[in-house]
Design a protein. Structure first.
Length: 294
């Protein structure tokens, strides 16, 4: 199913995804940025024919942004209108303004209630960026797939969404949340799988260039860099080289395009010039100049 939608997974990851779907358990994916964690949720949404509901986490994320909030502006207008017409029954008005028409649904509430009757794929992306208290709120969602709204009661509890939680591990996620999930560490792919990813996602790149690109990126990952390039950077670099009509790597092209691969100036300065040429020499020794052109 994953490969049919151009996601090249190893057997362990595919097994974990399969079990998460069969057991109805959230899938918790950790790994470096750019290794394909978020993409799994997108692929599952396409493959299962479900809408994708994405919650992008950040520092300071709260209940109002993640689950729901009341439309205070509309509530105030309703109160003013009732006062203007002289028909303001305080008790009744207090009940009426805390009903569904005044409720703004955010990703978590939409996910547990379903979208047009269809349970979506819920992506909780980069949970490690959110504050720890937010994890405590997630426990109810991941345990029972429900959200309690004090004014309305419990929402959800129907067919559960498919849940994918990702983390770049900038901090540790609490064990209580991890226990509710199936866990998998998404690592950098080996050379063979990365070439397969290039063939699937950038089919216009020739075989010779693809082999050299993968070998060069694999060589960079053996260096002591602040941020190693992920699969996303490999794809970006291959597509950038294709736009420049490059059919084979050379030192000048690498120096000119290092900013596609590396995102920190210190890393770029360290690799530019002789160090990049050294990696390229290793690539040519391993791949050679005689690889078939695609």
């Amino acid at each position: 199913m994953l490969s049919a939608h151009d996601y090249v997974a190893d057997r362990a990851l595919a097994t974990c995804v399969f079990l998460a779907l069969r057991l109805g358990r959230p899938l918790f994916l950790e790994g470096e940025a750019g290794v394909g964690k978020t993409e799994i949720a997108k692929v599952l949404a396409r493959a299962l024919g479900r809408p994708l509901e994405r919650l992008q986490c950040y520092e300071g994320l709260d209940l109002a942004s993640a689950a729901y909030e009341w439309n205070y502006a509309r509530q105030m207008i309703e109160i003013r209108l009732a006062e203007a017409t002289g028909g303001a029954d305080r008790d009744r008005l207090g009940r009426d303004i805390f009903t569904d028409p005044f409720l703004i649904r955010r990703p978590l509430l939409r996910a547990v209630e379903g979208i047009d009757g269809v349970p979506p794929v819920l992506l909780v992306d980069e949970l490690d960026r959110a504050d720890e208290p937010f994890e405590a709120f997630l426990l109810e969602v991941l345990s029972d797939f429900t959200i309690t709204i004090p004014e309305l009661g419990v929402r959800g509890g129907g067919p559960p969404p498919v849940v994918v939680v990702t983390s770049n591990r900038t901090r540790e996620i609490h064990d209580a949340l991890k226990r509710r999930c199936l866990y998998h560490w998404v690592d950098y792919p080996d050379a063979e799988r990365e070439r397969a990813i290039l063939r699937a996602r950038a089919p216009g790149v020739g075989d010779r260039l693809a082999a050299q690109v993968v070998a060069f990126v694999q060589g960079l990952r053996e260096r002591d860099l602040f941020k190693l390039p992920g699969v996303a950077e490999t794809l970006d670099w291959a597509n950038a080289l294709m736009q420049l009509d490059i059919v084979e790597l050379d030192p000048a092209v690498i120096d000119d395009t290092l900013g596609v691969l590396l995102k920190y100036q210190d890393d770029i300065l360290r690799m530019r010039g002789s160090e990049a040429a050294k990696v390229l020499a290793e690539v040519r020794a391993a791949v050679g100049h005689d690889a078939p052109a695609g």
